[in-house]
Design a protein around this ligand. Structure first.
Ligand code: HEM
Length: 474
């Protein structure tokens, strides 16, 4: 009843489609929400509003309005919505789902410093990624050119890069406990975008029902929490105070320094939540991007061949690809950018919320409004892209074949909450992708060309597919 009383758009709010009683617009955004929201923007404009079961939600579509809000009013749009699901999963603490405030500042700073000190900011870290690339090549080679699904291997390899920074260790490709943890964690990323999750946000009392996908989501979350807790304990063994070896050590140092400060946000719970968020945010997205890249190379052999020609010319077959090769490989860079544009691994980014009243294009957006940034619509914005529905790396090249940056390219989002792993993700994508194509020719098994339709969730990943990876060099 409290919800019903709150119904209706507040005066001055962006307009939007009519809402049904009780559920509002919930049912109309169930399937392919990113596509549906972009279609709705053709009728209601680049900024419009929805009633998601009593939750006022503003949707931003297209590059111009997303830039206006996330960049020009960065702080106003930096909060996360305290939706019942997020409250239940992380109590609005941790890092990715943390409310905008001191807790977020502390966790974001610590994570950024750790990425710099134990990861992408260090030259030696590149050789750790190359080492992981070798393990991956060896494991792929074991299939001897026969069809296999590369998902499990790629997930493990990619996740190991974040694992090095967070736990100081990698997990072997036959560590089934770790793989199971990642599997149920990524199942939750999918479930978090299901109709049941939206229903739970609108009507949290459905928790009392004996059925529903949200039940599985909560069970998975408990299992992941317990597993991470054991990993954290293991990583902290033999720790020397003030001499951190990884994120866990650095966090425990901060927690001890802040002991007794009632305002400090470091806690055992927030350590587990932020650790989980770093692992899953780093794994799910980057793995999907590389899986899409592999799929498109097999789908378009002429593009694969051009990338391989560039790799052969710049790197050759005797040494591993290095980051310093990147500026000399514009075509490869263009392909990886086009994969991120076209495949939209995080189509709606992560939900934002306003932390104060805002005014956007004459509309008022009250404090506490949930905001969806449709990043997919940026990458298919016809004002900035010619034939956006065509996969074409050439759009990132000039007439001389040199790589050109494009403005309306936001796979990592913008502003205060932009992805903090962007640099790491770009390093990983380049090194894994070039190593795979240096070593293997990729093709689909005879007669089994998969459809490039994505599997839906908070991220877009390819449906499972098999690939034959035939060795190019010995
Ligand atoms: C947030 C994309 C890789 C850690 C985000 C957001 C996007 C994104 C769209 C939401 C930003 C917003 O709220 O506006 C991607 C893509 C990746 C990738 C496309 C790979 C291709 C990574 C990696 C890490 C990471 C490797 C770390 C190891 C995070 C974290 C946040 C985040 C912690 C939350 C930031 C905050 O709330 O302050 N990412 N990401 N991501 N990403 Fe990534």
């Amino acid at each position: 009843l409290r919800k019903l009383a709150r119904r209706g758009r507040p005066p001055g709010a962006p307009r939007g489609p009519p809402a049904a009683p009780l559920v509002g617009n919930l049912l109309s955004v169930r399937r392919e929400p990113h596509v549906t929201l972009m279609r709705l923007s053709a009728t209601y404009g680049q900024i419009f509003s929805l009633d998601l079961g009593g939750i006022l939600t503003v949707v931003l579509n297209g590059y111009d309005v997303i830039k206006e809000c996330l960049l020009h009013q960065s702080e106003t749009f930096a909060d996360r919505p305290p939706l019942p699901l997020f409250k239940k999963l992380t109590n609005m603490g941790g890092l990715l789902n943390c409310r905008y405030g001191q807790g977020w500042v502390e966790h974001r700073k610590l994570a950024t410093n750790c990425l710099r000190h134990f990861g992408s900011g260090q030259r030696w870290f590149e050789s750790k990624i190359s080492e992981e690339c070798c393990f991956l090549v060896e494991a792929m080679d074991k299939h001897g050119g026969k069809p296999f699904d590369p998902k499990r291997l790629l997930t493990n390899a990619v996740s190991n890069i974040t694992n090095l920074i967070v736990f100081g260790d990698r997990f072997a490709y036959d560590d089934h406990d770790f793989q199971r943890m990642i599997e149920i964690f990524s199942e939750n990323v999918e479930l978090a975008a299901s109709g049941w999750a939206f229903l739970y946000n609108a009507f949290p009392w459905i928790e009392l029902l004996p059925f529903g996908k949200h039940k599985r989501l909560f069970r998975n979350a408990t299992d992941v929490y317990d597993f991470l807790q054991r990993l954290v304990e293991r990583s902290a063994r033999n720790r020397t105070h003030h001499s951190p070896r990884h994120y866990i050590d650095a966090y425990l140092d901060e927690m001890e320094k802040a002991a007794g400060d009632p305002k400090a946000s470091y806690s055992h719970e927030n350590l587990i939540f932020s650790t989980g968020e770093l692992i899953i945010a780093g794994t799910e997205t980057t793995t999907s991007a590389i899986r899409w890249a592999v799929l498109y190379m097999a789908l378009y052999p002429h593009i694969q061949e051009k990338v391989q020609r560039e790799i052969d010319g710049v790197v050759g077959g005797l040494r591993s690809p290095r980051l310093e090769d990147r500026p000399h490989m514009p075509y490869t860079e263009a392909v990886l950018h086009e994969v991120l544009r076209f495949c939209n691994v995080a189509p709606l980014g992560v939900f934002h919320a306003t932390c104060e009243d805002a005014l956007v294009r004459g509309y008022s957006v009250p404090r506490g409004t949930t905001v969806i940034t449709n990043l997919y619509s940026v990458h298919f914005d016809e004002k900035y892209w010619v034939n956006p529905e065509v996969f074409s790396p050439e759009r990132f090249l000039d007439g001389h074949g040199r790589f050109v940056r494009r403005e309306a390219f936001l796979p990592f989002s913008l502003g205060r909450r932009h992805c903090l792993g962007e640099q790491l993700a770009r390093m990983e994508m380049f090194l894994f992708f070039t190593t795979i194509l240096q070593m293997f020719h990729l093709r689909f098994p005879q007669g089994f060309v998969p459809s490039p339709t994505p599997k839906l969730g908070m991220t877009l990943q390819p449906l499972p597919y098999h690939i034959c990876a035939a060795r190019r060099w010995r």
